[in-house]
Ligand binder design. Structure first.
Ligand code: CIR
Length: 407
């Protein structure tokens, strides 16, 4: 029987993927809040949606099923008690429970249709949407000082990060940044309540209430038995070790976790901003983080009692070892040119989404990297990204694979 989740590699033919089309949440970004909401600029929504639709259509044209997070979430909010429980969870995590206008806010949200409710939760609720007469506290009355009851979630189109499918199970991620922590509530809600997933005994490798962070951009499925996890600005070594324990204890197919340390900075916030798998033996890298020999600080956690941890120092050699390959090819983002490399990595040139072994989606703007990928024999599907890129994430970040064929 076909399982709803099945991802044993980064490159197996993609069959089903979870997306979110950017919506009104983008139009709630302001110059004052954008940094806190992890944006460097304010995108122009209609152009951004057009680019996102182009991306989705390229996937659909290749027979990839595209599921939309907001649609799945709304499909299971028809029932009144379910709706109330979800609203209350969201309000609690938005620090709006039992305080000020919380009753008015709950009533306001309860009156919405399921689609409208999900759209509103993602877009955010401004203080001016509720009547003045219901406001009790200074923070509510001073709405110009800070305009929102529920903050917008403009990063939700990066569906990669709130959760990651590993094998037949899922890691629902405790996210590092306050601006993104509520995103994984949607994933949990869908898995627990949507008929496509709810009775399927899907293993949970990580729970969103774990106290140390991990994000999906750091979780790469190298093979059935090996995953790589970045220890980064967003993912803690504690969470990586916990993930290893959970995967080993719950009988997943994973035998080894390769923990790769990357610089804690915005340009390399997740492992997938500096390293992705594009074919059985080919990978993109970023020269400032991974040199020609792939020298890095790496540890392998291996199934055992206790879990064995051993150090490595070369990404190249580690990949050859864990994937049992005689040679591998590291393709540097932007090639040898330092300026092109810095520019294209900043614009997510190494953040590729593999559709099948040797076929990847990239941003059209990264022409030096795209050319190099082609010269290395890859098929490159380019998508426009003038506005999408402003959130600092590429095609891998914008997609959460739910089902891939075996390689
Ligand atoms: N996997 C990824 O690298 N995702 C990109 C996330 C960008 C988003 N603005 C963030 O800062 O979380």
């Amino acid at each position: 029987m076909m399982r709803p989740l099945h991802v044993h590699s980064e490159i197996g033919k993609l069959k089903t993927v979870l997306l979110h089309r950017p919506g009104k949440e983008i139009e709630n970004l302001t110059p004052e809040t954008m940094e806190q909401l992890l944006f460097d600029d304010i995108p122009y929504l209609p152009a951004m949606q057009k680019e996102h639709d182009y991306f989705a259509e390229e996937l659909q044209a290749r027979d990839i099923e595209t599921l939309y997070l907001d649609k799945l979430a709304a499909e299971v909010l028809e029932e009144k008690n379910m709706k109330k429980a979800f609203i209350q969870k969201m309000m609690k995590e938005s620090h709006m429970e039992g305080n000020g206008s919380s009753e008015a806010l709950e009533e306001y949200l309860m009156d919405m249709s399921p689609d409208g409710l999900v759209e509103k939760m993602i877009a955010g609720v401004q203080k001016e949407e509720l009547p003045e007469s219901r406001k009790e506290h200074l923070y509510e009355l001073m709405d110009r000082h800070y305009p929102f009851y529920l903050d917008p979630m403009p990063n939700l189109y990066f569906t990669r990060d709130p959760a990651a499918v590993i094998g037949e199970g899922i890691s629902i991620n405790p996210m590092s940044q306050e601006a993104r922590r509520r995103e994984s509530l949607f994933i949990e809600h869908i898995l627990e309540n949507h008929p496509r997933f709810m009775n399927e005994s899907i293993p949970r490798w990580m729970h969103r209430d774990y106290p140390f962070p991990i994000e999906g951009g750091d979780e790469l499925i190298l093979s059935r038995s090996v995953i790589a996890v970045g220890v980064s600005e967003r993912t803690s070594a504690r969470a990586v070790e916990q993930l290893a324990h959970n995967l080993f204890a719950a009988g997943s197919a994973v035998e080894k976790i390769v923990a790769v340390e990357i610089p804690k900075k915005r340009s390399s916030m997740h492992l997938d901003t500096v390293f992705t798998m594009v074919d059985k033996d080919q990978f993109t890298t970023h020269a400032q983080v991974v040199d020609k020999d792939g020298r890095m600080n790496i540890f392998i956690l291996e199934r055992g009692n206790p879990v064995r941890i051993s150090k490595r120092s070369s990404l190249r050699k580690t990949l050859m070892e864990v994937l049992d390959l005689p040679e591998i090819n590291l393709i540097p983002c932007g090639g040898e040119d330092k300026i092109a490399s810095a520019r294209e990595q900043w614009n997510d040139g190494s953040n590729t989404l593999a559709l099948a072994p040797g076929t990847v989606v990239t941003y059209e703007r990264n022409y030096v990297s795209n050319d190099l990928l082609r010269r290395n024999g890859l098929e490159v599907v380019e998508v426009p990204s003038s506005e999408l890129v402003r959130g600092r994430g590429g095609p891998r970040c914008m997609s959460m694979p739910l089902y891939r064929e075996e390689v």
